[in-house]
Design a protein around this ligand. Structure first.
Ligand code: SOE
Length: 381
């Protein structure tokens, strides 16, 4: 039996469920050098915590995240709280010598993200950030093609993450409060796109050339009080950027993109070919190259469902059987366990240092929008 990794998870909402499921599935499907054990679930709502623990297989519960730092049995703490509650627990856990896995974006503000990055630098513990889409097999396969330089010199990166659930009828939630979330669609969705773009390109963004941020829905009904409350985050942010190599990049995140549900889309155009991924069809990677010969060139729809050829797939079902949203999280748990055993993950895992670079790009876009100008990343620290 591989050495266990006792895990504590803070948060019992959407991500609390996604991560609980991943911790319970990973060791069933992967032969892991270390295995996650669901030790403690931490949440503020005591009334629902016991039922959550029972349903998702957590052995212990607590309503105080501070308890986790003092519990020697816990090795990895997963921070899956709203963005304003990442910094304090993450830093405290690192100081206590625990490994930390934090939800994205790393934080609601660049200050918080920097403090977390600094704490990680001082600690011997490992850090991970849940940029889950890196671990869709089609994206991980694209990463392999990019590392093999299949596209040659890259000219363009085109990313958008479009949702449509944020209309005026959607009630108030922490995601619409700047104090809690830091930003709206930007930190929620552009964070994923910027991470994917940096991950696939293997280089940093050097400059943001201009941005627009807009809040269309300024008030929402508070489901508890029934009163109108201020919705003060962006509903969309669009920006243009350059990579260090000179490749251009465009980003658009919106929660008001009528007709799109969860369109996490990225396309890369290079001198020898192009790649395209869309999460709404997540098992597919579109590839354009000159392989068939000039008479048949064009986009090929590659189903990334071959255990032999595509990362992670061989751990799940027989070839050609599709996987879904939750598998990306389980794939990430498998890679975290490999990393904690000193082994290589299937594709690189983002840590606090890496996620801080994404946060700098997000900040540069906000400055560009506010001050209506270009922003060099070297000025954002
Ligand atoms: C909601 O906008 C949300 O769940 C994001 O918070 C996730 O990060 C994204 O993966 C899907 O949409």
């Amino acid at each position: 039996m591989p050495r266990p990794v006792p895990v504590a998870l803070i948060g019992q909402q959407f991500m609390g469920r996604a991560h609980s499921n991943a911790y319970s599935q990973a060791a069933r499907f992967f032969d892991l050098p270390r295995e996650p054990v669901r030790h403690t679930i931490c949440g503020r709502d005591e009334a629902s915590l016991k039922a959550f623990a029972e349903r998702w297989g957590w052995a212990h519960t607590t309503t105080r995240w501070q308890d986790l730092a003092e519990d020697d049995a816990i090795e990895l703490v997963d921070v899956s709280t709203p963005n304003d509650l990442h910094r304090a627990p993450a830093i405290r856990m690192l100081e206590a010598g625990k490994h930390v896995a934090c939800e994205k974006p790393l934080a609601g503000t660049l200050d918080d993200a920097r403090a977390m990055r600094d704490a990680a630098r001082k600690s011997k513990a490992r850090t991970f950030v849940w940029f889950n889409y890196r671990r869709c097999p089609a994206v991980a396969h694209a990463f392999g093609l990019m590392r093999k330089k299949k596209l040659g010199r890259v000219f363009h990166v085109r990313a958008h993450y479009l949702q449509s659930w944020g209309g005026p009828e959607t009630p108030m939630a922490w995601r619409f409060r700047k104090k809690r979330a830091g930003s709206g669609a930007h930190g929620d969705l552009n964070a994923h796109s910027v991470d994917l773009a940096r991950f696939l390109m293997g280089e940093e963004i050097a400059e943001v050339h201009g941005a627009v941020a807009r809040t269309f829905v300024k008030e929402r009904r508070d489901a508890v009080t029934g009163k109108q409350a201020k919705s003060d985050v962006d509903d969309c942010v669009l920006f243009n950027a350059s990579f260090q190599s000179g490749a251009t990049a465009s980003f658009e995140a919106s929660r008001l993109a009528t007709g799109h549900l969860n369109r996490n889309f990225i396309e890369i155009n290079g001198e020898k070919g192009a790649l395209r991924f869309d999460f709404e069809n997540m098992n597919v990677l579109w590839v354009c190259d000159d392989e068939p010969g000039p008479e048949s060139n064009g986009w090929r729809r590659v189903m990334c469902t071959s255990g032999e050829h595509h990362p992670y797939v061989g751990n799940w079902w027989p070839d050609a059987h599709l996987i879904g949203y939750e598998h990306g999280f389980a794939n990430m748990v498998a890679d975290m366990m490999r990393a904690l055993a000193g082994k290589k993950p299937a594709v690189p895992l983002p840590d606090f240092e890496d996620a801080y670079q994404t946060q700098r790009v997000l900040e540069a876009a906000l400055v560009a929008a506010r001050e209506r100008r270009s922003v060099k990343l070297s000025t954002i620290r």
